[in-house]
Design a protein around this ligand. Structure first.
Ligand SMILES: C[S@@+](CC[C@H](N)C(=O)[O-])C[C@H]1O[C@@H](n2cnc3c(N)ncnc32)[C@H](O)[C@@H]1O
Length: 181
């Protein structure tokens, strides 16, 4: 996590925004702020708030007038079988299909102003990068006490993806603004 924070600081500094970046290391659901934000973002982390709609409710509380929420969430590309559910430790109703996911968001009082459905190529790249970089670190640090565990975790993730949720779990990123009341 420290490495991630350091990379974020470096990137912000490169973009000339280093003096405006504030990073918080805490449970996101406990976050409070004294001023609202023009953009509130949650990508792949709705579990922190107990699901998609609770995440949007939390985001709404931080949103400035005219602002937008960017939320990234999984959906069922096709009905999940037991292999998928086992690997993800998920229940069938943890996600909906894409149309139902968007319908629920709209019924909750949001207007999608843009969206992106991750392509199979993007999923492949993400998963190979995740498991590949993790395995690479383990191979390059054989003396590290966690090296073997890290190599095993990389293999477990890779096989879980290939045998479990590849092609079944989709991912959508929505740009949302509150619907007029
Ligand atoms: C699937 S990752 C997504 C990470 C990042 N948003 C991205 O798109 O690459 C989920 C992240 O949520 C974080 N997370 C889980 N529960 C959380 C919580 N209660 N508060 C803050 N972060 C949490 C995890 O540590 C993990 O980094």
């Amino acid at each position: 996590m420290d490495a991630g924070f350091a990379r974020a600081r470096e990137a912000a500094a490169r973009m000339g925004a280093g003096d405006r970046l504030v990073l918080h290391r805490q449970d996101a659901s406990a976050y409070t702020a004294s001023a609202p934000f023009d953009v509130v973002l949650s990508v792949g982390a709705t579990h922190a708030f107990g699901g998609l709609l609770p995440t949007l409710a939390a985001a709404r509380a931080h949103l400035a007038p005219g602002g937008c929420v960017i939320v990234g969430e999984g959906f069922w590309e096709r009905p999940p079988g037991t292999a998928t559910l086992d690997v993800l430790e998920a229940a069938p109703d943890d996600y909906d299909d894409l149309a139902t996911t968007v319908d629920r968001v709209v019924a909750d009082g949001w207007v999608p102003v843009h969206g992106h459905v991750s392509t199979p190529e993007e999923w492949n790249d993400f998963e190979w990068a995740w498991s590949g970089a993790t395995a690479q670190w383990a191979l390059d640090h054989p003396e590290d006490p966690v090296s073997a565990d890290v190599l095993e975790a990389a293999a477990e993730h890779r096989t879980g993806w290939l045998n479990g949720y590849r092609g079944t779990l989709g991912f959508v990123t929505l740009v949302l603004r509150p619907a007029p009341r």
